[in-house]
Design a protein around this ligand. Structure first.
Ligand code: KPL
Length: 309
């Protein structure tokens, strides 16, 4: 029998997942508004493929017992994840495994605590962006790591990683997903607010006008990571390791418009609560300095308020 995947959130990662899984598994992509069923994906090699996806709005998802999902992927922005889950909670058993694809570390602990069934978390470096209501570009191959915060569902994480690999998305089940989510959070906190506030491409952070500010952010982040017991993904364990990791990502993604800058440009709410929020909360809990992070949070909040969010 084919696996059944529901994917809530037809953004870039949601559509990439739907295109990749649909040939192998019964896959439904669920969003707030109707989208054309005929969808295009442009591969990293530049080939454009058309595929008819099964798309539903939240209201159209009915309890069809023959079509209960094996996995429900939540691919919304961090701040929309809980509401998305709440809107579907009545039409699926509470034992259904969830897969959370959010940035930051806000939705993951809250949903893990609240949902009775297994909750997997995924962090991915797949590069994808939307080209409109009917197209997604898979800009670059990446890797997805999957695990659960309490390490109770490693078999399920392995089965899902296998399914993703078969669908052409490289994936590995891991037992340190919490560390991996915090490592990504560290990078996002160092890059996203600064580029969003200053309207920069990631590579421009190297400019002397911004690099000092970035170093100050990373210094606070490194102390918070140490207090949380999160190692940087390299041999060195001090602040320089975090800094070189951030510079490496800024270099590798030099031409990118970071997601927070895209949100600000489109006058959407940003993920500041999921990215800066857990760091500030942790700093306060551990009695650590976080003036720089708080300054960024305040300024992003003011920017959001200026366009009515
Ligand atoms: O993940 C990112 C984002 O844009 O949110 C970075 C790593 C900053 C790359 O742009």
């Amino acid at each position: 029998m084919k696996d059944t995947h529901w994917i809530i959130g037809p953004g870039a990662i949601g559509r990439l997942l739907a295109h990749s899984l649909s040939p192998l598994a019964a896959t439904t992509l669920i969003g707030r508004r109707a989208l054309p069923e005929q969808q295009a994906v442009t591969t990293p090699e530049g080939e454009r493929r058309l595929q008819r996806l099964k798309l539903r709005t939240l209201e159209q998802v009915a309890p069809e017992t023959h079509d209960l999902p094996r996995y429900v992927h939540i691919t919304t922005k961090a701040m929309a994840a809980e509401a998305a889950l709440a809107s579907l909670a009545d039409v699926m058993p509470t034992t259904t495994p969830l897969v959370l694809w959010q940035n930051g570390f806000l939705a993951q602990p809250r949903i893990t605590q609240a949902w009775p069934g297994p909750v997997l978390c995924a962090t991915t470096t797949e590069g994808a962006y939307l080209t409109g209501d009917d197209g997604v570009v898979h800009a670059g191959h990446g890797h997805t790591f999957i695990g659960d915060l309490n390490n109770q569902h490693s078999g399920l994480a392995q089965t899902l990683a296998q399914a993703l690999n078969q669908a052409g998305l490289a994936a590995t089940a891991v037992d340190d997903i919490r560390s991996r989510l915090w490592q990504k959070l560290a990078v996002n906190a160092a890059i996203n607010p600064l580029v969003a506030l200053n309207g920069l491409r990631n590579g421009e952070l190297r400019d002397a006008a911004y690099s000092g500010h970035l170093v100050a952010v990373v210094s606070e982040v490194a102390a918070i990571m140490a207090a949380e017991g999160i190692q940087p993904p390299s041999e060195a364990t001090d602040e320089t390791a975090w800094l070189s990791m951030v510079w490496q990502v800024a270099k590798n993604t030099a031409n990118n418009k970071a997601s927070m800058l895209q949100d600000v440009e489109a006058k959407r709410p940003t993920e500041r609560g999921a990215i800066l929020g857990p760091l500030i909360e942790s700093a306060q809990r551990h009695g650590l300095a976080c003036e720089t992070l708080q300054g960024l949070d305040t300024n992003i909040a003011a920017l959001e308020a200026s366009y009515g969010c």
